[in-house]
Design a protein around this ligand. Structure first.
Ligand code: BGP
Length: 478
């Protein structure tokens, strides 16, 4: 039998998001976004969300790694690695600075024209996320973010504008980055980044969350439908944070708790995107809790008409669920505790390293949805040392190697169609979670520290040559 191979059109590349690398937060007519009012946190210390930009705080996204002016130099390096695609996002507030204007900002549109042209010059396919944790702050101040139905219209206008503008340059789109992240309601950060929402004292968090999700899902579905009308060749996907929840023990209680966590934190979002309808378990949950939402018959029709073409996922780690409190566990909901997994190691940020979890995840998703899967984020955030102009990063290479091996098993042994693989933060950038620069993911080192000092010089790490070989050999040489 002939040896199985990765298809030759497999999309190897790298992934970033506008707010984490562009900088230039006020240039080119850009408006302030929700990422621009987040200070730098630290490993184990949350970022602060301030009321506007305060003079005595440090906001790492304001300059980030200045990709806005250096993108040509960076894309040349991506091309040198052999990237076939590059995933980034369009900063909504560059196109509609406040989010509710009727006319877009031409300077913002021009920037992405130049960026995509530069990628295409090297035959690098742009992969675009429409909303990646960076909505215009004005939409939060005036409308309360995705609490408000009017956001659907603003988002669709934004999406339609850019899809029309770049219809011959961009084929692959995703609507909302890690839309299910906000299900971790115990972390206030996730409501903010996904939906521009900070929960108010005394309000029912589940009602607010689910209303926002409904508006976002409706906006996503309208975008999918509109996008296909603009260009029938478009491939438009969702993007899920794929964290599989294992039961901590085989007790029926733990198994049920893990199943519930999967439903509420992942499948709820996937089911809406892929099947275009509300799953029974979510309707039952709402009934039981007495949650009433603003959902119209027209919304339900839109959901059904805008099912996604593929499933984009981020995969960094697995998680473990216990139905009872155990040593080191954290309560996530009634009867649901996130517990440490004794069988896997952790990164310096406490993220569980579990390559087999990627194969497991790909199988779960494909068995349920029968849609192609695009791994649009995977990576190892680590401290790197620049010594004598070199960065040796064997840990990163090993992490990626093990994950690619498991991806191949999912493809070859389990028959899962995987469209591509874009490791996260292919160039060092600002961490979304902690705002640090020193939580590094890149193949390219950027000389900048957590306080914002540094020359911004780019230096190839050891992993740069390694990944170049991976792509060159189409995943044979790991
Ligand atoms: C995902 C986000 C990214 C990215 C990544 C790594 O949640 O989509 O924006 O940042 O995780 O997380 P962090 O930056 O917190 O290490």
């Amino acid at each position: 039998m002939e040896k199985q191979k990765i298809p030759c059109d497999f999309l190897w590349g790298g992934a970033v998001a506008a707010h984490q690398l562009e900088g230039a937060y006020e240039k080119g007519g850009k408006g302030i976004s929700i990422a621009d009012v987040m200070t730098a946190g630290a490993n184990g210390k949350d970022r602060e969300i301030t009321d506007g930009i305060l003079p005595d705080r440090y906001y790492p996204n304001h300059q980030a790694i200045d990709f806005y002016t250096r993108f040509r130099e960076d894309i040349r390096l991506f091309a040198e690695m052999g990237f076939r695609c590059f995933r980034t996002s369009i900063a909504w507030s560059r196109i509609f600075p406040n989010g509710d204007e009727s006319e877009p900002n031409e300077e913002g549109l021009k920037f992405y024209d130049e960026l995509f042209d530069e990628l295409l010059k090297y035959n690098i396919e742009p992969i675009v996320t429409l909303s990646h944790f960076e909505m215009p702050l004005h939409l939060v101040r005036k409308y309360g973010g995705w609490r408000d139905r009017r956001l659907i219209g603003f988002f669709v206008t934004f999406a339609e504008t850019v899809m029309k503008r770049y219809k011959d340059k961009v084929k692959y789109w995703m609507t909302f980055n890690e839309i299910n992240n906000q299900s971790s309601v115990q972390n206030p950060w996730s409501g903010w980044t996904n939906s521009g929402i900070l929960y108010r004292e005394g309000e029912d968090v589940q009602t607010v969350l689910q209303q926002a999700v409904h508006y976002e899902m409706t906006a996503s579905a309208i975008t999918v439908k509109t996008g296909h009308e603009i260009n029938p060749e478009f491939q438009i996907g969702c993007m899920l944070a794929m964290v599989p929840y294992y039961a901590r023990t085989c007790s029926p209680q733990d198994e049920l708790a893990a199943q519930t966590a999967m439903a509420h934190r992942l499948y709820y979002y996937g089911d809406l995107h892929v099947f275009g309808e509300y799953p029974a378990y979510m309707e039952a949950f709402r009934r039981e809790k007495g949650i009433c939402l603003d959902i119209t018959a027209d919304d339900l029709k839109c959901l059904k008409e805008g099912c996604v073409d593929y499933i984009g996922i981020s995969y960094y780690m697995s998680s473990t669920i216990s139905s009872v409190e155990t040593e080191g566990s954290v309560k996530a909901a009634e009867g649901i505790y996130l517990a440490p997994n004794p069988y896997v190691e952790k990164s310096d940020w406490g993220w569980q390293i579990d390559p087999q979890g990627l194969r497991y995840s790909l199988n779960l998703l494909y068995q349920r949805y029968r849609k192609p899967i695009f791994i649009v984020e995977n990576g190892f955030g680590a401290y790197d040392k620049l010594e004598m102009g070199k960065v040796h990063d064997p840990g990163r290479m090993e992490y990626l190697r093990q994950h690619i091996i498991e991806m191949k098993k999912a493809m070859f042994l389990d028959g899962v169609p995987v469209m591509g693989y874009t490791p996260w933060g292919c160039i060092d950038l600002v961490s979304a979670g902690s705002g640090e620069m020193e939580k590094r993911y890149g193949f390219i080192y950027v000389d900048k520290d957590n306080q914002g000092n540094g020359t911004l010089m780019r230096i190839k790490k050891d992993s740069f040559q390694w990944y170049k070989k991976v792509i060159e050999s189409n995943g044979e040489q790991l």
